[in-house]
Design a protein around this ligand. Sequence first.
Ligand SMILES: *Cc1c(COP(=O)(O)O)cnc(C)c1O
Length: 341
Amino acid sequence: MNPYTVDFRSDTVTKPSKEMLDAMFSASVGDDVYGEDPTVNELQDYAAQLFGKEAALFCASGTQTNQIAINIHVKPGGEVICHEESHVYKYEGGGIAKNSGASVRLLQGNRGRLTAAEIEKWIMPDDVHFPVTQLISLEDTANRGGGAVYDFGDIEAIAQLARSKNIPLHLDGARIFNALEVNGVEIKKYASQFNSISICLSKGLGAPVGSLLVGNKDFIHQAKRVRKVMGGGMRQAGFLAAAGLYALKNNVSRLAEDHERAKQLESAFLACSWIESSLPVETNILVVILKEETKRDSYIQKLGELGVKVSAFGPGMIRLVTHLDISPEDVRFTIEQLKKV
Ligand SMILES: *Cc1c(COP(=O)(O)O)cnc(C)c1O
């Protein structure tokens, strides 16, 4: 085992910096179930303003914010249209069925992204045989698409379709700031396309815990009740909200560095004889495709022994994610280690 290790398994592995910890320790707190935590309230107001929405709610995780949103938008027996590899379907423990009793229409799409034309085909007509389409859920960036970013024109077309059919549009924006860094769209303009947005503070933004749900006042009022039912009412949560506030104020503009580092790693991997290709890097996720599909796990083990922690992505594919705790030195170290594989 190499004593020096770099962890590319996910952008969730970041640890709070000294400055973030200072902000947490000095937070003013109160009982948030009573609505009396000043730091939680400050974070929620800050996020609502940032996204140009009426209100926001601080929650424990991105799974919780997505599941709360789906629970509000959809009735039992209704249907959610989403990508077949979307987080809301694939990585939330069957929550759409378990929490909301809804069915799903799973669509294929280029690197995790859907188009208005494809969605339109699956919005069910009013016929007793069919489930009622009650929600369209998008993901940007698309995790299983290797951090792919939507073209904003495609989002506008989907939003227009959703409005014309009176179907709410939800965004799983776990990595929304990575998407905005690339598409360059003004944040309020982007957010105005969606009825509800889930935002992770604990991914690239580096907070230890927490996600936000943003939407209109009535939606967030309902969300508070659903969060409570799901056991997510937290008391002196201001200590955690302080980390989220610090993250939103200090760690957004630096995401471009993560994207740059992912591109540097991509070039280095593509120069290796054992790599076939990659899903072209768009943000902070690099997916490389091996020449020998069956040797994936031995490559992951070998890289681990050299001090480079990576994860399996699918058959013959390895994923690396850059984040706040990956320095230029870590990238240089990784590129050196690659030569020994
Ligand atoms: C990480 C992530 C979430 C939230 O996951 P948690 O484990 O609940 O924090 C939601 N959607 C996407 C696309 C994610 O990558």
